[in-house]
Write a protein that binds this ligand. Structure first.
Ligand SMILES: *Cc1c(COP(=O)(O)O)cnc(C)c1O
Length: 422
């Protein structure tokens, strides 16, 4: 199946006489005929559902669909993107370990890695992902256990050279984790370029309608935990399951199984079956939406580039963009609906433009069907001075657009009339 067909058909495949559409298994528990079989489930000797904190059929079918879309061996859905990020790293790391992370990643990820993981004893070094391989190698430590980056960074819109990061990770026998939230598998499949683990906030384009929070971790099945020699938790017995050895018992799904049976068991950041159902509905049209978001955003970015009220535009697919070559390699079909630009006249002019928008709504969320806009300097980052804003790469003049799937002429007319008020 090609990716468009997978979006529609993968995951739930009804048998004769069963519901055509993915059913919502709104049940925390599952019934069995013998206590002996139940015992085998708890020892991980048999497969089956027993408690929705660990697994649920509705959730399971959506996990299967996303695993197929990304070209992975298995996947686990979580209650949010943040939960997915936490579990993706902590399935690999323990206190005393270290990770390397691209410095342009999502602000929530920076907080998680720099503040919360630090309290768990895991340290992160944030690096300029555009450095050469040799320069990046300088940041590796004896205890470095993973490298992390975003295919298309939120909101910096830098494009990660996934192959470079994968080469570096594999030279040091550690996995590369890629957050593919903005690209989605319809625009880029990081596993094809060497990523070992892919993470998503499904709350964005995958859901696509801003109705449900969710996260996903996809295991490529390609990383050899045993051969690496750096991950004893994968190669030595787990006492909490009568001495199971993950790399031996589960092979290509060792990582995602460990994530589920240890961290999901203990932390319980489980998605609701209802939200999994909504995510599946979103995924059925993901290929159509990503194409339209990307086409509309490129048209909007080209319009902005020519507008005299605009001082700069950031969109990877623009000819003038620093990341155009990387975007053409990793995102050949488009670079999503997110565009940022600066308005001449700074903070006040940007505020006037935002207030002048009629179709585009002011919301903090990005990546749903409706066009929306945000002025970080007067909202998410309003406590910062102009100087501090400049330091974190967000000028007081910056407006972030999340271009929707409406008719692009309506979107451009709306922005044009708002810019007239700048
Ligand atoms: C939104 C986002 C997250 C966090 O996901 P939630 O579902 O909001 O918890 C993580 N990474 C990226 C790139 C995001 O855009």
């Amino acid at each position: 199946m090609r990716i468009e067909t997978k979006c529609v058909q993968e995951g739930y495949k009804p048998k004769n006489g069963e519901a055509r559409v993915l059913p919502i298994y709104q049940s925390t528990t599952f019934k069995y005929d013998s206590s002996e079989y139940m015992g085998k489930l708890f020892d991980l000797e048999a497969s089956g559902y027993f408690y929705t904190r660990l697994a649920n059929p509705t959730v399971g079918f959506v996990e299967e669909k996303v695993a197929k879309l990304e070209g992975g061996a298995g996947a686990m859905m979580t209650s949010s993107g943040q939960a997915a990020l936490f579990m993706a790293v902590m399935t690999i790391c323990k206190a005393g370990d270290h990770i390397l992370c691209s410095s342009t990643v999502y602000g929530g990820t920076i907080n998680l890695f720099a503040v919360t993981l630090k309290r768990f004893g895991v340290e992160a070094t944030f690096v300029d992902a555009d450095l050469s391989e040799e320069e990046l190698e300088g940041y590796f430590r004896e205890n470095t256990k993973a490298i992390f980056g975003e295919t298309l960074a939120n909101p910096a819109l830098s494009v990660l050279d996934i192959e470079k990061f994968a080469r570096l990770a594999h030279k040091y026998n550690v996995p590369l984790i890629v957050d593919n939230t903005f690209a989605t598998p319809c625009l880029c499949r990081p596993i094809d370029f060497g990523a070992d683990i892919v993470v998503h906030s499904t709350s964005k384009y995958m859901d696509g309608h801003a109705v449900s929070l969710g996260g996903m971790i996809v295991d490529s099945g390609n990383f050899d935990w045993g051969a690496s020699g750096k991950f004893p938790e994968f190669t030595e017995p787990d006492d909490s399951y009568h001495g199971i050895v993950y790399s031996e018992q589960f092979g290509t799904t060792a990582y995602i199984t460990k994530a589920r049976v240890q961290l999901m068991r203990d932390l319980g950041c489980s998605p609701s079956p209802q939200n999994a159902f909504l995510l599946n509905l979103g995924l059925e049209t993901l290929h159509l939406r990503m194409q339209r978001h990307s086409e509309n955003a490129l048209s909007v970015a080209s319009f902005l580039e020519k507008n005299e009220k605009v001082s700069w535009v950031n969109y990877p697919k623009l000819k003038t963009n620093k990341y155009k070559a990387l975007a053409d390699k990793y995102l050949p079909l488009g670079s999503s609906g997110v565009v940022s630009f600066g308005v001449k006249g700074g903070r006040e002019a940007a505020e006037r433009v935002l207030d002048g928008l009629k179709l585009a709504a002011i919301v903090t969320h990005v990546a749903d069907a409706r066009t929306s806009a945000l002025h970080p300097a007067s909202s998410t980052h309003r406590q910062l001075t102009d100087e501090q804003l400049k330091e974190c790469g967000i000028g007081a003049d910056l407006i972030r657009l999340s271009v929707g799937i409406e008719n692009v002429d309506d979107i451009i007319e709306d922005i044009a009339q708002a810019l007239d008020k700048a």
